[in-house]
Design a protein around this ligand. Sequence first.
Ligand code: ADP
Ligand code: MG
Ligand code: MG
Length: 253
Amino acid sequence: MATLDIIDLHASVITPEGPKPILHGVNLHIGDNEIHAIMGPNGSGKSTTAYALAGHPSYEITSGQVLLDGVDITDMTADERAREGLFLAMQYPVEVPGVSVSNFLRTAKTAIDGEAPKLREWSQALRKVTEKLRVDADFIKRDLNVGFSGGEKKRTEVLQMELLEPKIAVLDETDSGLDVDALRVVSEGIVDVHERTGNSLLLITHYNRILQYVKPDYVHVFAGGKIVRTGGPDLASELEASGYDSYIEAEAK
Ligand code: ADP
Ligand code: MG
Ligand code: MG
């Protein structure tokens, strides 16, 4: 159980030409055990929000605050935030040659818990989640994300979440590029962790279809570097039908 407060967040992406402001005052309160969805046009700053929350070194928070369970994590490093219980499933997971999936998972678990998991329990947990996510035993011996299909990368993100059990998980387009079967498996994994651990979820998506499985309490429209509208689950279907044009126009004024 945990809460996340994003308070008037302004952030820039660091580019070779210098910092480029992208977020212009994001405000969001996520309560215990809540599911929030963010939808919005390409380039509006959704992934930037995810990276800024996770403490990615290429992004700079220029003002505002992020509180996890009331603890100010704004100036923490990415690994400190992870130890506080924050998890980011990236839109484009990074390939790590030379590090196997299973090694990576065990290293991450050890770093977050502060001690290595017991071998026997760890093997059991690993077997359980790989079966559930329908990945075979050889899969976790492969180098992390190297040559993985889009679907395999997304499954690996959910595998991490299953084993790390974060208090707050930010899932950036974890549903993109999945066929219907993979979408169901991934969605069921997300719901399973949510129900088992009582975590809170921030789901960034373009599609209502994942929200049929992972049912949001709130849906937010993101445009021009901030949240411009908040509604209930029905807002997702409305957005899918009407698009974002009216929001983009409003932001351009
Ligand atoms: P979304 O996830 O909503 O599609 P992003 O957060 O990825 O949007 O991007 C927001 C804006 O930041 C876009 O205009 C994008 O081009 C810009 N941006 C992101 N990363 C970089 C970068 N490394 N260099 C320059 N501009 C960037
Ligand atoms: Mg719930
Ligand atoms: Mg994005």
